[in-house]
Design a protein around this ligand. Structure first.
Ligand SMILES: Nc1ncnc2c1ncn2[C@@H]1O[C@H](COP(=O)(O)OP(=O)(O)OP(=O)(O)O)[C@@H](O)[C@H]1O
Ligand SMILES: [Mg+2]
Length: 363
């Protein structure tokens, strides 16, 4: 990269030469760090060695110099004119020469050299900024990946605990209360115990729902298709929205855990958004495998929204769409959301099933 900055761009050099040469009606040459002419008003000189320039660059004694008409005779390939070194990061990386008498040539040669140097510096600065930005973006993606993984692990752990511990305890309480209700004599006491049992049953249902939302056991055990179907079934029951589901060419096929959890979370968020914001009556969900890609489409006939406004709002409370986009990026997929007021919302996700996405090991 450093060496890249130091190299003079031949195209840029030539356009500078053309501008200065036309202005002055004199020839202008730009040499690279070896004394080779990389830009010249007389094109046939390009590629030739400028003897005086090459000598200066080789000795390492960097200074401006004038080639008089007499010198021209002694040194082949050298023209009468004023020559100024081009400096970058304290090194001489070339030379600019303007032909003609010293009085006219000197200020132009200096000006052109400073201009080339300023251009090199600005290119270097720009490259450094781009480099820093790329590094920042890479770091951001690594952090995000970590956050998502940690969050998923944590959800899995809590979901298991709710399922294995809390649900079991609640079930024991329910059974115990039923037995107790049978044993007491007073109907008043019996009623109270049964009320408590009903409360425990409702709590158990809520805990079960929470555990499934956090991480459905089905997803890990039977895979994306089974878990998605179950989620949609519960969703339809709960919200009464008509769902048209097409998982046509997929049955019990398994994908890598990252791909499965990504698509499951996107489906979850997309369907949650439809209930929260969409006021949709009908929703179409399709998940299909095409060649080596997995494609998810979620389409609703709801109120829609202005995607530009949401994209530019920078709201810290709207993380759903942002999260979907980021999750898809982490598995190198494509994410598109299309919506307009009164025209429903369409979500398109395409995930390549190659490389790391191929593994079928279960987390
Ligand atoms: N299916 C949809 N129909 C109508 N509007 C939608 C739909 N999906 C998203 N939106 C609009 O886009 C906005 C951003 O959605 P996003 O999921 O990012 O955030 P949120 O749902 O408001 O909050 P969060 O998901 O972080 O809890 C929503 O506030 C809503 O205005
Ligand atoms: Mg949302």
């Amino acid at each position: 990269m450093e060496n890249e900055h130091r190299r003079l761009d031949a195209k840029f050099a030539q356009s500078l030469v053309d501008t200065v040469a036309v202005e002055l009606n004199k020839n202008v040459n730009i040499l690279d760090e070896h004394g080779v002419i990389i830009a010249s008003f007389s094109r046939e000189r390009i590629g030739q060695i400028h003897e005086a320039g090459a000598k200066m660059l080789q000795n390492g004694v960097v200074k401006e110099f004038y080639v008089s008409e007499e010198d021209e005779i002694d040194m082949p390939g050298t023209r009468n004119g004023f020559n100024v070194p081009i400096m970058f990061e304290e090194q001489c990386i070339g030379l600019i020469g303007v032909t003609g008498d010293q009085k006219t040539a000197e200020p132009y040669a200096r000006l052109a050299a400073r201009f080339v140097e300023a251009n090199l510096q600005s290119n270097a600065r720009q490259e450094r900024l781009v480099g820093a930005l790329t590094e920042k973006e890479e770091l951001q993606s690594i952090f995000l990946n970590k956050i998502i993984t940690i969050q998923e692990d944590e959800r899995k752990r809590i979901s298991r605990e709710l399922h294995d511990e809390t649900s079991q305890s609640l079930t024991s309480i329910i059974v115990g209360l039923r037995v107790l209700a049978e044993q007491v004599q007073s109907s008043e006491e019996q009623e109270k115990i049964l009320e408590m049992r009903d409360l425990a049953v409702t709590t158990l249902e809520a805990v079960h729902h929470m555990a499934v939302e956090l991480r459905p056991v089905l997803l890990d055990d039977l895979g994306l298709v089974a878990a998605a179907k179950k989620y949609i079934e519960n969703y339809t029951k709960q919200y009464g929205i008509s769902m048209y589901v097409d998982f046509n060419n997929l049955s019990r096929e398994r994908f890598s855990p990252e791909v499965e959890i990504t698509l499951y979370r996107i489906l979850q968020e997309a369907l949650t958004n439809i209930v929260k914001h969409g006021k949709a009556k009908q929703v179409w969900v399709s998940l299909n495998k095409k060649q080596d890609k997995l494609i998810l489409l979620v389409d609703d006939d709801g109120v829609g929204f202005d995607t530009e406004i949401v994209r530019n709002s920078h709201s810290h409370t709207c993380l759903g769409i942002y999260g979907m986009r980021e999750r898809v990026a982490l598995v190198e997929g494509k994410f598109v959301i299309k919506s307009a007021l009164g025209q429903g919302t369409k979500i398109f996700v395409e995930i390549p099933l190659k490389g790391k996405n191929c593994e079928k090991s279960i987390v």
